[in-house]
Design a protein around this ligand. Structure first.
Ligand code: GTP
Ligand code: MG
Length: 554
């Protein structure tokens, strides 16, 4: 068993050396096996949460010297990890080996001297490093490596994809370009930990956990940070001894659990706004189906959604994490389809009558459950593999799934990612959405229980449809794009062109071409009035034309 950090370090070094010759092929096999013994979701979350608790975020001068900074900080204890990134300035995430070091660091930290303003005396773990100049890097090249926290721009990504040799290689390149890095995940946990410090003023034993794509294995650099304020530990009930007397706290009362959640979030929102440096644009969205507080955390650049009493969503994140850990093709396919959906407006960053990323992910996972042999187990199978310690019931719903990933064994399926992408589009181009519903618990479609255009049964709340919001027009768009994409990948345009244009960079093909707006136009789903569909040969011609036009205009 290895820690996640150790695994990541080995993977990173493999990634760096993969392009060069790597002599010991067996070593790679060992690593493949190691992935099977990945930590359980809870163990991983707990490890990361604890590491975030002993970390600080430091705003530095652009000329900062890593060596000098580490020397300065080591007065307070050993630094076990440190990395830098650039957003609205240069920041260092510093993880101490012991939490006590932060106490020492805080004691030696001074309050800023302000001339026209007065500081609120809340001392957070977001610090600013001030120097008199001598501590900055003097001369020489800057040795600080900045770790990117956002995905590269689409044009750059399309160029990189087009330079690859096969669609499979493009998919692998896309995954490594988009997926969350070890550093980005650490930063997400640190921001949750900083928000927890504020909430802890009212609820001393609370925790703030990231959920959603930050932890479910399908996050893309730049995705939002969904946070769950967990007050359960703060409100635990000690066992009463039968002594005749016992004490109860006097507490405020509310009419419903929802009203309690709203008042808790409201007061935490006020505190974040008043006391938490770096948190701006606070919006209380307390009347939503799931009440939340939205804000930007400027130093990290994260858009944060803070919720409370949202245990099922946390469990859904664990389910998705388990699916993403079963087979590495799962993440590749999800990231590619999510990206495809986003560039063609099938999904959006705002909520509406369109398919959400969560619903889209459910569609992909379901498709993988239906392969022969299946690439993913059903949710019922995950429940059957669970042991006593995995038992979980949330609001009367059985949310039990196995936590020990090594128990999940499936027959070998050797389909390439390219094939899976093609088959995904074909599967949903022909899926009988009008009368069938998606059931991840059984891995089988079933008759629709209601007449909404898209029905995806919530795996943990069987009576709910996670895609209830989707209207017929949006579902049609999705199906039309699937049809066009399936057709497109079968054509010549889906393969790398034999000739490379002289003097120019690579022509968009395969996955890169699939991400171009021309695809949606060809599918007749964007800004097109009803128009007679031209013959297939004409469409190929115009599609190829639009790809090269769009490419040369980049
Ligand atoms: P991003 O678009 O990358 O943020 O993906 P995400 O998976 O984080 O989605 P989002 O931020 O919209 O939602 C966060 C989490 O809330 C999801 O992972 C789900 O666990 C849960 N969630 C979101 N939408 C729904 C829904 O419609 N139904 C249910 N049951 N849960 C949802
Ligand atoms: Mg999210």
């Amino acid at each position: 068993y290895m820690t996640d950090t150790e695994l990541h370090k080995i993977h990173d070094s493999i990634k760096k050396t993969k392009k060069k010759t790597y002599p010991n092929k067996n070593f790679l096999w060992v690593l493949k096996d190691l992935q099977v013994v990945r930590k359980s979701f809870h163990a991983l979350q707990e490890e990361r949460r604890e590491r975030a608790e002993r970390s600080v975020l430091i705003s530095c001068s652009p000329k900062v010297s890593e060596k000098k900074l580490l020397k300065f900080l080591s007065q307070h204890g050993n630094v076990s990890n440190c990395f830098f990134y650039q957003s609205y300035g240069v920041y260092a995430v510093v993880e101490f080996a012991s939490k006590n070091s932060i106490v020492g660091l805080h004691e030696s930290t001074s309050l800023p001297s302000m001339h026209h303003e007065v500081s609120v005396p809340f001392k957070s773990r977001l610090l600013t490093l001030k120097t008199n100049g001598s501590a900055d890097q003097s001369g020489g090249s800057n040795s600080v490596e900045f770790h990117p926290q956002v995905a590269m721009p689409i044009n750059e990504l399309l160029q990189q994809l087009s330079a690859e040799e096969s669609v499979d290689q493009q998919l692998s390149r896309l995954t490594s370009a988009l997926q969350l890095t070890e550093e980005n995940v650490s930063l997400r946990f640190l921001v949750c930990s900083l928000v927890k410090d504020v909430a802890a003023a009212f609820f001393p034993k609370c925790t703030v956990h990231p959920f959603g794509s930050s932890v479910n294995g399908f996050g893309k650099l730049g995705c939002d940070l969904d946070m769950f304020l967990d007050l359960d530990a703060a409100s635990g009930n000690p066992k009463r001894k039968p002594s005749g007397f016992y004490l109860e706290y006097q507490m405020k009362r509310e009419a419903s659990e929802r009203a309690v959640t709203q008042s808790v979030l409201s007061v935490v929102a006020e505190s974040v706004e008043q006391f938490s440096p770096g948190c701006v644009g606070i919006q209380k969205i307390l009347n939503a189906r799931c009440p939340l507080v939205r804000f930007s955390h400027q130093p990290s650049g994260f858009q944060c959604d803070l919720t409370a009493n949202n245990r099922v969503a946390m469990k859904s994140s664990e389910l998705l994490y388990v699916f993403s850990s079963v087979d590495e093709r799962v993440r590749g396919l999800v990231l590619a389809v999510r990206y495809w959906a986003r560039v063609h407006g099938v999904t959006s960053s705002v909520a509406g009558a369109w398919i959400s990323n969560f619903s889209l992910t459910a569609l992909i996972l379901f498709f993988l459950q239906t392969r022969g042999p299946p690439i993913l187990p059903t949710v019922d199978q995950l429940r059957d593999l669970a042991d006593q310690s995995d038992q979980c019931c949330v609001e009367g719903n059985d949310c039990t799934i196995v936590s020990d990933l090594s128990r999940i064994r499936l027959q070998t399926n050797t389909e390439s990612l390219e094939r899976l992408l093609q088959e995904f589009f074909e599967f949903y181009a022909a899926f009988p959405f009008n009368h069938m519903s998606i059931n991840l618990r059984k891995g089988k479609e079933q008759n629709k229980p209601e007449s909404t255009p898209l029905h995806i049964q919530n795996p943990f709340e069987a009576t709910l449809n996670v895609s209830k919001n989707v209207n017929a027009a949006q579902l049609d768009r999705f199906v039309a794009l699937c049809r066009e994409s399936a057709w497109f990948l079968q054509q010549e345009a889906g393969s790398k062109p034999a000739t490379v244009p002289t003097g120019g960079s690579a022509q968009a093909w395969g996955l890169a071409a699939l991400f171009l707006p021309s695809l949606a136009q060809a599918a007749g789903v964007k800004g097109r009035r009803k128009k007679k569909r031209e013959p297939a040969s004409e469409r190929v011609k115009s599609l190829l034309q639009s790809i090269s036009t769009s490419h040369s205009s980049q």
